[in-house]
Design a protein around this ligand. Structure first.
Ligand SMILES: [Zn+2]
Length: 534
């Protein structure tokens, strides 16, 4: 404990603390102008060790040490209240950052600070109004689970979380591979702190839920694109669209919650293969979901199975029954809406809605189908929003997706299946397909979103336009490379026409469905009608 205390270099100025003896520390009660020292095992152990020279600051630091450094230990509610009392009412002073953030390494720990701010607010509210009708019962002590590695986050990263150009790859590095936990936590902040709301999430269950969801995603090394970083990225994008681009004004709290949770879980359990791959191989999930949106059905089904099988993760537990019912319906709806097979019909329907109802969704509330379409469009648009990011971020995502497609193509080749469009590493013209994807799929989607909120045009469409020009230049180079005599030669390996047919009758149906698309789209996506999943 003493070792931990010595790590703090800077004394927090606002605290007026004197140096009491062990006895006088304990004797200072709430009626005096000093915080009440909690009579807990943790504090008693600390006082025992620190001896008679212990100060109130030492007590506070000891609690913080357990809170931040040793999350496996329980921190008692009265200990949190003691910290809160030390800080006074002004939580935004530098007192807490000085205590929490100054380390012997000089690193700051804004993640821990941020978390504690939320935590103290919640505990204080719950403690001060124990008998308030409708208030939720709290356990007397809280098993504190620290979000993983938050202390390594830079303060700029926390501040940037609301921004469109937030870098989820940096977040993944800073959280040591657990970005979804952080992104979910930040995006859900309002639901964790406002206990006056009907829609309030319990902090412990939220933590357990986010941990479990992140565990059920493949990690960066095993699935290249559809992993927990993509989930964190889409969650952050939804949060940014709602908070920075005005879309929150269109939804009530429950729908906002459905969108954030939907984003967090929307690819849970994804194995890096497309829907058509699962259908073509007649695997378990294709059989379970009868070839219909098999991945999307699996993602959302796993989500609710998780909550039901492990009550400690059931973040919806505290909600009213009708709220839970509606939330489930909306989460199912938005996750199923991420199936690219419904892209063109969704966009066309949404366009018709805007033409019919106008471009202010605040006027749409009596139109349940319109609001549903809007929710679906928000998550779907954010799911395909990589091309609307700054180029260096957009390029990283493109490359990861390309590699994931190639791995599928390799496996299709190995299994003797037809290789899906864009998945054959020997023949694909990726730059050409990117230009098509940007202009045919993403641009019309964001153009509709921009009709609702003009800033979408200034930021998202502006990035998209710039990135499209870059890919057009790459496409010209790619075409030139392919038309050179060397490139015209037959690529090594088996040509497409030599490959054997499907091992499953459904394969030909999938190919057929792809062939029904306009010819230019077949080169844009690996079967946009059914198989490209984001
Ligand atoms: Zn996705």
């Amino acid at each position: 404990m003493r070792r931990a205390m010595q790590r703090f270099h800077t004394e927090p100025a606002p605290l007026k603390l004197r140096k009491p003896t062990l006895h006088s520390v304990r004797s200072m009660g709430a009626g005096q102008n000093a915080p009440t020292i909690p009579d807990t095992d943790g504090v008693n152990d600390m006082l025992q060790e620190a001896g008679q020279n212990a100060t109130l600051m030492d007590v506070a630091r000891g609690i913080l040490d357990r809170l931040v450094e040793r999350p496996e230990l329980e921190v008692q509610v009265e200990e949190i209240l003691f910290l809160k009392e030390c800080l006074g009412s002004n939580l935004e002073t530098l007192a807490m950052p000085c205590m929490l953030l100054q380390r012997d390494t000089g690193d700051v720990t804004p993640g821990g600070y941020d978390f504690l701010m939320t935590y103290t607010k919640q505990v204080n509210t719950s403690s001060s109004c124990p008998g308030t009708p409708g208030s939720r019962s709290r356990t007397p002590s809280v098993a504190f689970t620290r979000p993983p590695s938050w202390e390594s986050l830079k303060s700029s990263m926390l501040e940037d979380f609301d921004k469109w150009d937030f870098d989820s790859f940096e977040l993944a590095d800073a959280t040591k591979g657990n970005p979804l936990h952080f992104a979910g936590w930040k995006a859900l902040d309002a639901f964790l702190t406002d206990q006056t709301s009907d829609i309030f999430l319990e902090m412990e269950k939220t933590t357990r839920f986010l941990e479990a969801v992140e565990d059920m995603y493949a990690k960066q090394g095993s699935v290249l694109y559809h992993n927990n970083v993509h989930a964190a990225d889409v969650t952050q994008c939804v949060h940014a669209l709602l908070s920075q681009f005005g879309f929150a004004a269109y939804f009530d709290q429950l729908s906002i919650l459905a969108l954030i949770l939907g984003a967090a879980v929307h690819d849970m359990g994804h194995d890096g293969r497309t829907n058509s791959f699962h259908v073509n191989t007649c695997d378990e999930i294709a059989l379970t979901y009868n070839d219909i949106s098999v991945l999307e059905n699996m993602h959302i089904s796993k989500t609710f199975k998780l909550m039901h099988s492990d009550p400690s993760t059931n973040i919806l537990d505290g909600l009213k029954t009708d709220h839970r019912t509606r939330l489930r319906k909306e989460m199912v709806e938005v996750v199923l809406g991420t199936d690219m097979s419904s892209h063109f019909s969704s966009v066309a329907d949404f366009k018709t809605l805007i033409e019919k109802l106008g471009n202010d969704p605040r006027e749409w509330h009596c139109e349940a189908k319109a609001m549903s379409a809007l929710r679906v469009m928000v998550l779907h648009a954010m799911d395909i929003s990589n091309p609307a990011k700054v180029l260096h971020i957009s390029d990283k995502w493109s490359d990861l997706l390309r590699q994931e497609f190639f791995l599928q193509g390799d496996e299709e080749k190995r299994l003797g299946l037809p290789i899906s469009p864009l998945c054959d590493r020997e023949t694909v013209r990726f730059a050409s397909s990117q230009v098509g994807f940007f202009t045919i799929i993403v641009q019309p989607t964001f153009a509709l979103m921009a009709e609702l909120q003009h800033p979408v045009k200034d930021v998202l469409l502006a990035h998209l336009q710039s990135n499209t020009e870059t890919w057009e230049a790459r496409k010209r180079k790619e075409s030139a490379d392919h038309s050179s005599p060397q490139a015209s030669a037959q690529p090594a390996g088996v040509s497409r026409s030599d490959r054997s047919g499907s091992v499953c009758r459904t394969a030909s149906r999938q190919e057929g469905s792809n062939n029904s698309l306009p010819s230019e789209l077949r080169t844009v996506l690996p079967g946009v009608s059914s198989s490209r999943r984001w």
